[in-house]
Design a protein around this ligand. Structure first.
Ligand SMILES: C[S@@+](CC[C@H](N)C(=O)[O-])C[C@H]1O[C@@H](n2cnc3c(N)ncnc32)[C@H](O)[C@@H]1O
Length: 267
């Protein structure tokens, strides 16, 4: 079994994020989270107060782009993503671009966002150097990601369902995207490029009383089904059954969420 390819342009732009479907299914699980965290609202609070250019790199379906444009018309917000398909529904200016080679002049941006995307870049140091180049000294950098033990209950559910399907004691683990740039060690990895690194931990609990939102979330990783080490659809079905039984018995299924936002200044 090959490991999942979570960084190549062909896989990201051609399948995982060829449109917003999978991302939206993943995002929608958070509507069952308490407390709810308004990430775009937090970003807005930490943007520079003066007019200038904000680049949202790996902007996806534009959750941050549209909110910042609505609340800060003095800022020019440019959405950038490696996938042309996911940018299709966003208003201009948007640019198809790789975070490792940004089509932007040195020091042109007052702020740059990389929200839940740095775990997809092939070489983190190349990308962070590129972000630092485009920001210029004193620029604001905001990133977000998840901790290693984020949504642990989903890992356990998937591994148990996979074990049932394979007839083994222990199933292969669920794919993790964020572990390549986990909140646990993100400050150390940012430290060579940025100063005043602050971590806002955004923890919460998702509670569902029906399996569907959880199964839609698990299904959103279908791009990497071939490297899951287990028949993907059969595992989803088994996870659905397990969840249905558990909710019938206990009334609800709880998932602990551990993520955060990193607020930084360019050195
Ligand atoms: C998990 S989504 C996050 C989307 C958005 N930032 C958010 O938080 O809602 C990751 C996004 O990063 C994009 N992406 C992945 N690798 C990239 C790269 N090297 N350069 C630019 N965008 C990339 C993907 O296409 C996808 O839209």
């Amino acid at each position: 079994m090959n490991g999942p390819d979570t960084t190549s342009r062909a896989v990201l732009a051609g399948s995982a994020y060829s449109d917003e479907r999978h991302l939206a299914a993943r995002q929608s699980l958070y509507s069952w989270q308490h407390p709810r965290h308004d990430l775009p609202g937090i970003v807005l609070e930490h943007l520079p107060t003066e007019a200038g250019v904000v680049l949202d790199v790996g902007c996806g379906n534009g959750k941050y782009v549209s909110r910042i444009r609505a609340h800060r018309p003095d800022l020019t917000v440019v959405g950038m993503d490696i996938s042309a398909g996911i940018l299709a529904g966003l208003a201009q200016p948007v640019v198809v671009a790789d975070a490792a080679a940004l089509p932007a002049a040195d020091g042109c941006a007052a702020a740059l966002l990389a929200m839940h995307m740095l775990y997809h870049v092939d070489d983190l140091n190349t990308t962070l150097s590129e972000i630092a180049r485009v920001l210029g000294p004193g620029g604001t950098f905001i990133a977000s990601t998840n901790a290693r033990d984020d949504k642990k209950e989903l890992d356990d559910l998937w591994a148990s369902a996979a074990a049932d399907v394979l007839g083994t004691d222990q199933g292969p683990p669920r794919i993790s995207l964020s572990n390549r740039f986990a909140l646990d060690d993100a400050p150390d990895r940012l430290q060579p490029y940025f100063t005043e690194i602050r971590v806002l931990e955004l923890n919460g609990m998702i509670t569902v009383t029906e399996p569907e939102p959880v199964i839609a979330h698990l299904a959103s990783y279908r791009t990497w089904a071939d490297s899951a080490g287990v028949p993907f659809n059969a595992t989803l079905e088994r996870a659905h059954q397990r969840l249905h039984e558990l909710i019938t018995r206990k009334g609800a299924f709880h998932i602990h969420c551990r993520g955060g936002i990193l607020l930084c200044t360019r050195r």
